[in-house]
Design a protein around this ligand. Structure first.
Ligand code: ADP
Ligand code: NI
Length: 216
């Protein structure tokens, strides 16, 4: 089967598989795919791998599947088997899907290949800025996490196991993840875009605290 058909069929599969909150729906996947393709071109990555991995990166996401962080890669490969792709490609995509997630402030990324780095950067860009903020509150809403608890200090997660527990508040999630991302981007393009989105989130938090204190 040609590559175009494989991508089309993967899109159809992913569209019907996404079961997260409104921040983890098909539109998130599509934005990640589009940024990954843009960045991938600059980085001269294998765009077929990049596109397939981006499309499949949140299929069976552990956050919506009882914390099972190996399920995503497994579901992705099970789906791709019918296209008779070689084992190297399948292993590469499985590895990207399993490694793409943020796993806590104290846990280093293990992404080795340029294709993986490109997809990880594209995914992290969508966690930042105006859309990143919307996605975070959407997630907090789905799991009934309070928006803000002034006394609750952000937590420095040393392991993925610790990080899997929900934040005390959604505002804490900014400090536990979102504000750390600009320094964890791999590619030049993503680093540049992240700077702008980071500044916007800092401004947003300032305004949030101001309103919380009932300042006019
Ligand atoms: P990752 O693989 O890094 O977890 P995803 O694309 O699956 O990335 O989505 C992560 C997004 O989900 C976060 O950027 C945030 O918007 C939301 N999210 C995840 N965990 C939490 C949390 N504990 N509190 C609030 N939002 C969260
Ligand atoms: Ni994602």
């Amino acid at each position: 089967m040609n590559k175009k058909r494989i991508i089309k069929e993967t899109e159809v599969f992913v569209k019907k598989s996404m079961i997260g909150d409104p921040g983890h729906d098909w539109t998130h996947v599509d934005r990640v795919r589009k940024w990954a393709m843009k960045i991938g071109k600059v980085e001269k990555a294998d765009l077929f791998i990049v596109e397939l991995a981006a499309l499949l990166h949140d299929v069976a996401d552990y956050k919506f599947h009882k914390g099972d962080d190996k399920l995503g890669g497994h579901v992705a490969v099970k789906f791709l088997k019918k296209f008779k792709l070689n084992t190297k490609i399948l292993n590469h995509i499985e590895n990207i899907v399993n490694e793409v997630s943020f796993k806590g402030a104290g846990v280093k990324y293990k992404m080795k290949t340029i294709e993986g780095k490109v997809v990880q950067d594209a995914d992290k860009l969508d966690a930042l800025g105006a859309i990143g903020i919307a996605r975070t509150f959407s997630f907090g809403g789905k799991f009934n996490v309070p928006m803000y608890i002034p006394k609750a200090k952000p937590f420095f997660h040393r392991s993925f196991k610790q990080y899997k527990k929900l934040s005390a508040s959604t505002v804490n999630h900014f400090y536990e993840k979102l504000l750390l991302l600009k320094d964890r981007m791999h590619t030049k393009t993503a680093k540049r875009i992240a700077q702008r989105r980071h500044k916007f989130m800092e401004q947003y938090l300032k305004e949030f605290y101001r309103e919380w204190k009932l300042r006019s």
